[in-house]
Write a protein that binds this ligand. Structure first.
Ligand code: KG4
Ligand code: ZN
Length: 336
């Protein structure tokens, strides 16, 4: 079964053709980084207009790279939330149009379900039930996954998402946008033990996250550092980046450890943009006594392939969306 997956939830226009929910025949992502770069973050109005310009060529490229045409597609999966509403609507209405004119069934997908299931694009997959941590620019959530379509939220961020903290701290440190990759690059040259930033673990058994205090702490330290030449001799920007990065990684590892203990689970999937971070990957593999699964970086950041995987399982069960299906900027996984 061939599913065309489309994601326009934020700032990337992406489309992919996936065979039987496992094998990506193509995965095309049109990044808008250059468009938003001068603004230091995603501008929703610019994002939706860029999706409008890009959606047709991106889908055509995904079909041609897969060596298929729309006539070969058995179903379409499109992200309907959560995300930027103007961006989501471009993908959804485009899909409604092709579904109606070409008589191809479609389903609306929760973007977070896509991130959780992105691991099924890899050879090595976890056993159910598993724990999934989705860490991206918009979300930091821990789930217990008992089957395709069966997700229980165990914890989430109470304020900033982990990726958002990376982006904001990078901006404060003058490292540019998008921040995650820049922090990782800078941190390689630094000492992660140089500054002991707070680790927001919350209460003893809490599986929730909170990164805004850590972000403020880095920001206050940076202001002091900027005005103090002797501190600058002692501590470099790379040390600040490395110390911040390790504080985030410590928290993510501890929360996964707690989730594994509380649910008595052995398998854990770490997905979403922040899961590209090599320090996080390396420390998880070294420090967690569990079977850990990471999608390759291409499937960690937003992509159409993960949406096609989620769509495959829903279409197979007979689920169908219709022309009344709407996009939702907020869309908790409990409501799918
Ligand atoms: O999953 P994603 O592409 O989009 C959302 O759904 O948000 O994630 C983007 C986020 C950004 O905040 C970006 O800074 C972060 O993932 N990110 C990273 C790295 N690469 C991307 N964070 C830390 N280290 C990285 N290497
Ligand atoms: Zn995402």
């Amino acid at each position: 079964m061939l599913v065309l997956g489309i994601d326009t939830s934020c700032d990337d226009t992406s489309a992919s053709v996936v065979k039987d929910g496992r094998c990506a025949l193509s995965n095309v992502v049109h990044s808008q980084i250059e468009l938003h770069h001068p603004h230091g973050g995603v501008v929703p109005e610019l994002a939706s207009r860029a999706h409008l310009r890009n959606i047709v060529p991106v889908v055509s490229e995904a079909l041609s790279k897969a060596g298929v045409s729309l006539d070969d597609i058995d179903g379409i999966a499109v992200t309907i939330g959560p995300g930027l509403i103007g961006s989501l609507l471009v993908g959804l209405y485009y899909v409604k149009a092709i579904s109606y004119t070409r008589k191809i069934p479609f389903v609306g997908i929760n973007h977070l379900e896509g991130h959780i299931l992105s691991i099924f694009l890899e050879e090595r997959v976890p056993d159910f039930p598993f724990i999934a941590l989705t860490v991206s620019g918009g979300h930091t959530c821990l789930y217990s996954v008992s089957d395709f379509g069966k997700y229980r939220l165990l914890g989430k961020t109470l304020d900033d998402a982990a990726g958002e903290a990376f982006d904001k701290v990078a901006k404060v440190l003058g490292l540019g946008y998008p921040g995650g990759i820049e922090i990782e690059r800078e941190a390689k040259k630094g000492d992660p033990k140089k500054i002991s930033f707070p680790r927001p673990y919350l209460s003893k058994d809490s599986l929730d996250f909170s990164f805004s205090g850590l972000k403020t702490s880095v920001s206050l330290f940076f202001k002091r550092w900027r005005d103090d030449p002797s501190l600058q001799k002692e501590v470099s920007i790379s040390d600040i980046a490395a110390s911040f990065q390790d504080a985030v990684v410590d928290v993510l590892i501890e929360k996964i450890r707690r989730a594994l203990r509380i649910t008595n689970t052995k398998d854990v999937v770490v997905a979403g943009g922040v899961a590209c971070n090599k320090r996080l990957r390396e420390r998880l593999l070294n420090e967690l006594n569990a079977r850990i699964y990471f999608p390759r970086p291409e499937f960690c950041t937003d992509n159409g392939a993960m949406i096609a995987v989620a769509g495959y399982h829903r279409l197979r069960k007979g689920e169908r969306a219709d022309l009344y299906t709407d996009a939702r900027s907020r869309y908790p996984i409990s409501e799918i």
